[in-house]
Design a protein around this ligand. Structure first.
Ligand SMILES: [Zn+2]
Length: 224
């Protein structure tokens, strides 16, 4: 009598165990998607990290590229300024020569048949169409034909000094325009009272009587 319930108990136990397994098995199966979720969660983290790293690399690359462009611009600016006689720190440039290449011809204060009075400027002989640049930052205060001076641009510096560019063939600035040092302003010509392409440069402190432009350029640290 006592064996039956024991066997029955065993059967129940086995059944329970099988059911249990069946119950456990789906539970184990149910755990698998969670693991997948956790796993995909980790993958998402990894992906997110990878994206962040890539974003950071792209940002750095962009920064390096910008720095490289700045360097190149600086090297380019340095080279341009060197063409106009300035070899120092580009950030500190105050004055440059008006032309990249020239031969000094008639100097300041000469007298002769070409001039009604003393020669009021310095002549720079060069080729027709050569680029003229602003010797310093300032405002263009006049662009006009001016009799013997031909096509003339007047650049007025912050201290009131007028710089006259005469005999131009072409002008690339307009009155009222602010120009930076070494900025192109026009090109060499032979307009007005001139016997060949050259720049007649005048420097007039406070817009008054002219002084020797070569001296003025030397005082600005240049070697005309
Ligand atoms: Zn002259």
């Amino acid at each position: 009598m006592s064996a039956l319930p024991r066997r029955a108990g065993l059967v129940v136990g086995v059944i329970a165990a099988v059911i249990g397994l069946q119950l456990v098995a789906p539970q184990a199966d149910a755990a698998a998607p969670e693991a997948v979720v956790r796993e995909s969660g980790r993958q998402a983290d990894v992906l997110e990290l990878a994206l962040k790293v890539r974003e950071r690399q792209q940002r750095l690359t962009a920064l390096y590229r910008q720095a490289d462009q700045r360097d190149r611009a600086l090297v380019g600016r340095k080279a341009v300024l060197a063409q106009y006689g300035y070899t120092g720190d580009p950030d500190r440039v105050r004055a440059v020569l008006p032309l990249a290449s020239y031969r000094l011809s008639a100097g300041f204060g000469l007298t002769g048949p070409l001039w009604e009075a003393e020669h009021g400027g310095q002549d720079f002989s060069t080729s027709l169409g050569d680029q003229l640049v602003a010797v310093a930052a300032g405002d263009v205060t006049e662009v006009a034909y001016a009799g013997p001076y031909g096509l003339r641009t007047i650049l007025t510096l912050p201290d009131g000094t007028e710089v006259w560019y005469c005999h131009q063939t072409d002008v690339s600035v307009y009155a009222g325009q602010h120009v930076e040092v070494a900025e192109p302003i026009g090109s060499v010509g032979s307009t007005g009272n001139s016997t060949g392409p050259h720049l007649h440069l005048e420097v007039r402190p406070d817009g008054g009587l002219p002084i020797d432009p070569a001296d003025w350029l030397r005082a600005a640290g240049l070697s005309p």
